[in-house]
Design a protein around this ligand. Structure first.
Ligand SMILES: CC(C)(COP(=O)(O)OP(=O)(O)OC[C@H]1O[C@@H](n2cnc3c(N)ncnc32)[C@H](O)[C@@H]1OP(=O)(O)O)[C@@H](O)C(=O)NCCC(=O)NCCS
Length: 265
């Protein structure tokens, strides 16, 4: 079973100011989006900050698809929304973030290596998989070609675990902006990558499955991607705000057999 861990990390050290400062531009683009959405949709800014950014999850208050907003987070969002100056808003957010613990994998996930996790099969024997990144100072990021072999080792371990633990698992699914990139798709069976299709329908945008596209592997926002996005927001369609993001969330699906064949498990 290797290093699979239900529940992920147990580290509770606060993030600290160094890590928080790295996130400044990433926070900035999300606050900017919240501002535009709030104005165009006539939505209170505190609601836009709470439900349409990645902050609630990033600040380790949990996933808003599965819970209601945490009162402490709401108090912070309300404080930030009351500040008029953009830099002061960011300062407030960054100071609050520095004091927060890391956001671990949710407790229902089984983690493999530093980047992959899966959930137990649902009632229809469908297994959902996930990717995350721990920001670091390595020479290359986790999806760089030089790390391809190690990622395949991680995935082989994960699917070997799935095959052993849940022999009836039928289908594997995913959902992420990452499926727009060759660097991610090349890690998986061709049939899985080829199945990708945009996620449609109204939803709040609060996951890294969308917001992750603004980040590099060190945790800094990618300046060119951020600037292009900000410049495009004048055309934000409040009925379908997700369409304003450079990459859409793509859903993927393939039979478990394709993964058994691909990784030899
Ligand atoms: C995924 C992540 C590590 C990529 O960051 P990065 O600095 O580009 O790092 P990597 O070096 O790992 O990846 C580089 C590879 O990805 C490709 N890539 C990265 N961003 C890309 C983009 N926007 N479009 C196309 N390809 C992209 C590069 O071309 C490169 O591929 P190559 O080696 O074949 O040249 C970073 O965006 C991140 O940490 N995001 C947050 C986590 C996340 O998004 N999770 C999704 C949860 S569903």
């Amino acid at each position: 079973m290797g290093n699979s861990i239900a529940g992920g990390e147990s580290v509770t050290e606060p993030k600290g100011m160094t890590q928080a400062l790295i996130a400044r531009e990433f926070f900035g683009v999300q606050l900017h989006y919240a501002d535009v959405l709030s104005a165009k949709a006539e939505m209170p800014l505190v609601d836009a900050i709470t439900s349409h950014t990645n902050f609630h999850r990033l600040f380790a208050y949990g996933n808003l698809s599965k819970q209601s907003a945490d009162p402490d987070f709401l108090a912070l969002a309300s404080r930030v929304a009351d500040i008029r100056n953009a830099d002061e808003r960011l300062d407030t957010l960054i100071h609050a973030y520095a004091d927060r613990p890391p956001d671990p994998w949710p407790s229902d996930r089984f983690a493999f290596g530093n980047h992959f996790a899966c959930e137990a099969p649902n009632a229809a024997d469908v297994v959902r998989i996930h990717f995350r990144n721990r920001f670091n100072d390595d020479a290359y990021g986790p999806l760089h070609a030089s790390n391809f072999n190690q990622r395949r080792v991680d995935l082989t371990e994960m699917f070997s675990f799935v095959a052993d633990r849940w022999p009836n698992a039928k289908v594997v699914v995913g959902q992420s902006w990452l499926y727009n990139t060759e660097a991610y798709c090349r890690l998986f069976p061709p049939a899985y990558a080829a199945s990708r299709a945009p996620l449609s329908g109204p939803r709040p945008i609060h996951g890294l499955s969308t917001w992750g596209q603004f980040l590099d592997f060190r945790g800094h926002a990618k300046p060119a991607v951020v600037e292009r996005f900000k410049a495009s927001l004048h055309a934000l369609d409040v009925a379908q705000p997700w369409l304003s993001f450079p990459y859409q969330v793509l859903t993927t699906s393939a039979p478990m057999q394709a993964f058994r064949d691909e990784y030899g498990v």
